[in-house]
Write a protein that binds this ligand. Structure first.
Ligand code: ME8
Length: 533
């Protein structure tokens, strides 16, 4: 295998019950930014996303469209792959749970579970929420109904929608046996769940005691058959969670080396709605079969939309039907502006309200007026004063003191400390400090005045070199957020070869600029948005 360390990151696999929306795209871009950043830090990255195609919810969506579940999934899958392409998602693999590799891996899981003695046959009698694909006990439902004053109606404690009563023969997973081991995992690896306030939530839940869970269904058939009991299909979550392992060769002898290299994953990134599955059930499943658990589960918050009826912010969700299509935002901000806004204005761990006004504000302030303006002004000046080129670099120019050089010293370290913890807002601030300083530097050093005096040609070359060098470094650091813009900026400075670096630290060392090479002025990178209001 490769000599570089592996970095394996995953998104949740999305239900194929409707087209992707801003929320699903949010999580996928969040992972893409991390994947791109880690590639630039020299890791051998595998970035996985995909689709969760089994279960009652998908089956019902298919029925509502008068299609078989498989035909329905096949018809909707391109809606996901197309938008990921539009949004410049750099995933290395795309898994669908109806693929042969997943069927084989899930069946292997069943065999391993049986050998390990952590499953048994019983019967389930309780509630089931189809939109959440989750079981609830009588006690849980009664308590939630009382709190909500539902007056005899039984609603899902999590999402408030109607529940199904399910009574069926079922295989159970002995989750209850893992309480101590899970608590030990949380103690030994306090950053297993990130951000840390989510860890407390998970720990409290596990301390409250765990119940065995039903992991097969007999009342419908859209799932992976249990290999030793053909009346049963696998519960959709028991199937879905395994996808992360399937994609790197779990249970496949031909991929043993790949599995050894890639497993465990560094990051399973999920929304806060599904942390119990990922931070409790998933590690317990892996412990049961003796496989390592992921290093981190990062739970992000929700994108919320304003509900005019209640006056409250509610989660944007396919099932609630209040979604905004990514294309609507792309039409307004462009792909790069879209990615930048969601990644740098919404704190990844927290809920974020969507506002078109705020999008415009951030786009105009940071991209049109600051970053875009800096690039066009500087490249225009360079082309004008140096005959369409970057300046010939003065001897020892990179050692000359300048406010920009000072900020650029150690910038990768400051940026990386935030990126590693998914603190994208703070990482962006580190870069924007240099962008703003460069804009001030233009005002303070007044290259247009210096250019008038032929005796100050050396000074002019130094000023422009400092500016272009700051731009070069910012382009590299902004690449995970806005890949195409960064590639374009580097192209305009005849530095296309530097894009896709695998050594960000060396690449961003002050002094890497190419002197005397052509610069392209080009169109504005971020034309200012004029409010519709
Ligand atoms: O839960 N804001 O799939 P799903 C931010 N198939 N993120 C949001 C969001 C919002 N308003 N709405 C959805 C499933 N998401 C399972 C996962 S994994 C083994 C199986 C994102 O289609 C968020 O990341 O309901 C959430 O966890 C995910 O979409 C759920 O997608």
């Amino acid at each position: 295998m490769a000599d570089r360390p592996s970095f394996y990151i995953t998104t949740p696999i999305y239900y194929v019950n409707a087209a992707p929306h801003l929320g699903t795209a949010y999580c996928t871009i969040l992972c893409d930014v991390m994947a791109r950043y880690k590639r630039s830090m020299g890791y051998d990255v595998k970035f996985l996303t995909g689709l969760d195609e089994h279960g009652e919810k998908v089956q019902q969506a298919a029925e509502a469209h008068d299609m078989t579940p498989q035909a329905w999934c096949d018809s909707l899958a391109p809606a996901f792959t197309d938008i990921w392409k539009t949004l410049e998602i750099s995933n290395d693999d795309f898994i669908r749970t109806t693929q042969e590799r997943q069927v084989k891996a899930v069946q292997h899981l069943w065999e391993r579970m049986r050998e390990a003695g952590y499953i048994y046959k019983g019967s389930y009698d309780g509630w089931y929420c189809v939109p959440e694909e989750t079981y609830f006990t009588d006690t849980q439902v009664k308590k939630a109904d009382e709190e909500r004053h539902t007056e005899g109606q039984h609603l899902c404690p999590d999402c408030g929608r109607s529940l199904e009563r399910v009574q069926e023969e079922s295989w159970f997973f002995k989750l209850s046996a893992f309480q101590d081991r899970l608590l030990a995992l949380y103690d030994e690896h306090p950053d297993f769940v990130m951000p840390d306030f989510r860890m407390n939530e998970v720990r409290t839940f596990v301390e409250g005691g765990l119940r065995d869970i039903s992991v097969s269904r007999t009342s419908f058939d859209w799932g992976i058959p249990v290999p030793f009991d053909d009346k049963h299909v696998t519960y959709v979550w028991f199937d879905a969670l395994l996808n992360y392992a399937t994609a790197v060769g779990f249970g496949n002898p031909d991929m043993a080396d790949e599995f050894a290299f890639r497993w465990p994953a560094q990051f399973n990134v999920v929304g806060k709605d599904i942390i119990r599955f990922h931070c409790v059930i998933w590690p317990a499943m892996l412990m049961a079969i003796g496989e390592a658990v992921p290093e981190h589960v990062f739970a992000h918050g929700f994108l919320m939309v304003h509900d005019d009826e209640t006056g409250k912010n509610v989660k944007m969700s396919k099932s609630l039907g209040n979604v905004i299509a990514p294309q609507d935002v792309v039409d307004m901000l462009g792909v790069e502006g879209y990615r930048y806004y969601f990644m740098t204005d919404c704190v990844p761990g927290e809920d974020g309200g969507i506002s078109f006004g705020r999008m415009e504000q951030v786009y105009n302030a940071d991209l049109a007026n600051s970053w875009g303006n800096l690039v066009s002004r500087s490249l225009n000046m360079s082309a004008k004063y140096f005959d369409g080129c970057t300046p010939t670099l003065p001897e020892g120019w990179a050692d000359a003191e300048s406010p920009l050089r000072e900020i650029a010293q150690g910038i990768v370290g400051r940026y990386a400390a935030h990126m590693d913890k998914v603190e994208y807002v703070a990482a962006k601030d580190v870069v924007m400090e240099l962008v703003h300083a460069a804009n001030h530097y233009i005002e303070d050093s007044m290259p247009w005045a210096v250019a008038k005096d032929p005796e100050r040609a050396g000074e002019l070359a130094q000023i422009m070199a400092n500016l272009l060098e700051a731009i070069r470094i910012c382009a590299h650091l902004l690449e995970p957020f806005m890949p195409e813009t960064s590639a374009e900026v580097l192209r305009r400075m005849s530095l296309a070869d530097e894009a896709d670096t695998q050594d960000l630290e060396a690449c961003c060392a002050w002094g890497g600029l190419a002197g005397g090479v052509p610069v392209t002025k080009g169109d504005a990178l971020f034309p200012r948005l004029q409010s519709q209001k």
